[in-house]
Design a protein around this ligand. Sequence first.
Ligand code: 3HC
Length: 289
Amino acid sequence: MIKKIGVVGAGTMGHGIAEVAAISGFRVSVVDISWDFLNRAKERILDSLKKLYEKKSLLEKPEEILNRMEFSTSYEIMRDADFVIEAVPELIELKKNVFKTLDEITPRHTILASNTSSIPISIIAESTKRPEKVIGMHFFNPPPIMKLVEIVPSKYTSEEVVNITIDLAKKMGKVPVRLKVEVPGFVSNRIFLRLMQEACREVEDGEATIEEVDSTARNKLKLPMGIFELSDYVGLDVAVDLWKVIISSGTAEDVKCSLFQKKVDAKELGVKSGKGFYTYPAAGKYKKV
Ligand code: 3HC
């Protein structure tokens, strides 16, 4: 019986996942390393809740939902969590340390999930003494809007834990897709990689402009955003990282193309830095292209 959900990391994904959990009626504890991050997360959650409330998508007032949430820089608030979702940056050593700490601090029944988009769950699981209770639960940005959640068991994950996680995703109003094989990038980011590779090649070979490729993605593929626009939205550093992780695993062929890497080298990371392939009103402020 899950009553309290812990979320580690209050960034782009973490704050959104925490918000969805609270909207779904769970008590939620959010941990991050600084109060700057936590206060920013609270503001973003309140903004999003207000938007959803105005659209009559919520049964409760934003303040009532926020009242179910607690924030801290200490893992102590995870002591009574039944299910924890980690959403810290995609660095293997960092994730392993977070899971080691969670393993020490949470009760034995607690399921530990990672929102990783590319790191193998079995490697994360091996940093705990409960690998059968470790699972991937991969949300998409923005979590309050995007329905898909990839459920990624490792070779250690028990069937019971898989079923509880699928059930939780449904209770959070999501559409779970369970992976059959643990493969880097899972289902969605492998498709996203192919889109980025081809979009990048077409522009670098001078076949079409960034705007033309994006217009094609929107008007032919019917994607809600163009491929470069989506990459800006996800963060170009994140996009390049997942590109590298999938390629270095040897499970997909690479396409030589440097547009994305050049942007990252220039610290133009997309929406989060205010400039990527497109320019945005301010750092972190998304505007439709
Ligand atoms: N909370 C509440 N409401 C939100 C919101 C949020 N966080 N983000 C957007 N909205 C609302 C807006 O307020 C707006 O409401 P309105 O229609 O009443 O005005 C509505 O959603 C649409 O937003 P916009 O008008 O700003 O722009 P769009 O119509 O382009 O929609 C979008 C924005 C929902 C983000 C849409 O473009 C979209 O679905 N894009 C694709 C996103 C996607 O593919 N995400 C996955 C990325 S990959 C990933 O995350 C995995 C990782 O591992 C890389």
